[in-house]
Design a binder for this molecule. Sequence first.
Ligand code: TTP
Ligand code: MG
Length: 528
Amino acid sequence: MEEENGDQELLFNTSADQSTKKHERVIIHIDIDCYYAQVEMILNPSLCGKPLGIKQKNLVVTCNYEARALGVEKLMTIKSALEKCPSLILANGEDLKIYREMSEKIYHVLQSYSPFVEKLGLDENFVDVTHKIMKLPEVQQVVSGHTFQDSDDICACGCTERLAQGSLIAQKMRDHLRNELGITSCAGIAFNKLLAKLVGTTHKPNQQTTLLSTSSLSLITSLKHPRNIPGIGSAINRKLEALGIDTIEKLQSTEIFKLTEALGAKTANQIQQLSFGIDNSRVKITDRPKSIGAEDGFIPIRSEVEVRKKLMCLLDRVLELVEKDGRKPNQLKLTVRKLHPSSHSVRESRQTTIEYATGTGSSANQGPGDEKHKIKLMTTLMNLFEKIIGCDVSWQVTLLGISFSGYPSKNSESPAKNSINKYFPVKTSSSRPDEPLPPAKRGRFDESVLQELPPDIRQEVLEDMQNQLPSSDPQKPTDSNCPKGVDPLVFRELPVEIREELLAEERMKKQSNIKKSNNLLQYFRKAS
Ligand code: TTP
Ligand code: MG
């Protein structure tokens, strides 16, 4: 969420004028149907057509649509679910491995349509296809799938045609997912992320819905409560309830100073914008995670033997993920949730530096060295545990979590698996550093895409790239004008105005760094 032009946007939207060039983007939100249940059915087709619930602890976290038709709902207790549907088959969904694997495959299919894919949990993705629409020569009038509250109002900015084209792309993506992975999904197509996510839920399962800009206020006000707006969580909702705000209309009409008093200026502006369907946040390309870990909650335990047993299981699970990721972490963190005598819980974490030996997590061909390394990690974890517990002799623990982090910075490692780097030229030993790579050796990213984007979107994309590109290779030509972190080869090919934008940003960064170091200097002077 971004705050930029907050007041201006608000004024503009409260006047309900929808003829704006703010509808330039085409965003597709893809949400997989009854995700865990579908994965289980794909792996075991004999479950298809029967009511199936996925259990974690005493909850049914999801269920297939056959079970939903018989009254089972997501997050029901197993007891109530079985009361509703005695024939319900229950599969254990506590090991997320198969769901993670399918999630990766889904992400890769979507990436073949656009580099701008943002993963949201395991079964949701935002895809920005704006650049694709701009390339299509034909004008598409007919929306594929449903249109939310179809009306005759046409927005003057041309977004109706763009969204119709987006709906065709969404259909192709969903067909691709179905044909290649056997998985069905829902899609929402709109001019921003918030509205795309919301509109996708209006026809389920295995359907898609497009929101035309003229119906955006109508979609957002159809929500029954502000907490149904993605981005308004329980903490914000509690504060809104305290102000008596329990409808979208009330949130829209509350004076901003009242919201600011309760929530601070940034959140107040953001959520009031959301209540008008305004969301300027961009689709952020998903990069590899900064940490890899897992947690397990349980009924209170209070013996070290039990803690060790739980940690061993967790460590095995997490090491497998770390190995699959392929990077070498240098930090290990332990999280413990302690139950106090007053029966409130407190989470505490400690972390330490480790030397990670690659190969530790692979179950196949494990040698004695791997086992030794695991024992070393367990010793480190138990030391961290003792530090967290301290001299509390009556400790009780209800959750343990392990996470590895401290991965080499993106500047020093090879291009990340999911990063935009892979769309850029890879220098090979045979090519001269100053020679642009021939098309065949380039990555898949079509650089002309940049030139076709509207200026504000292009700026955001460039920012994204700048954040993700490796810093200049010392062997590459030194281009004194090229901003830090941008590949000179790519930089040179950019249009002049984009280069200027990048350079201006670089100058601003430098100025802010100088300011920061001046502040630090002042701080140290005061302190000494
Ligand atoms: P959802 O997308 O909310 O649900 P779903 O995909 O099962 O069903 P729908 O057809 O309505 O989209 O969540 C995705 C998966 O996340 C879900 O399959 C199970 C898991 N999950 C949890 O582990 N805990 C939760 O509280 C919820 C809501 C889901
Ligand atoms: Mg889903």
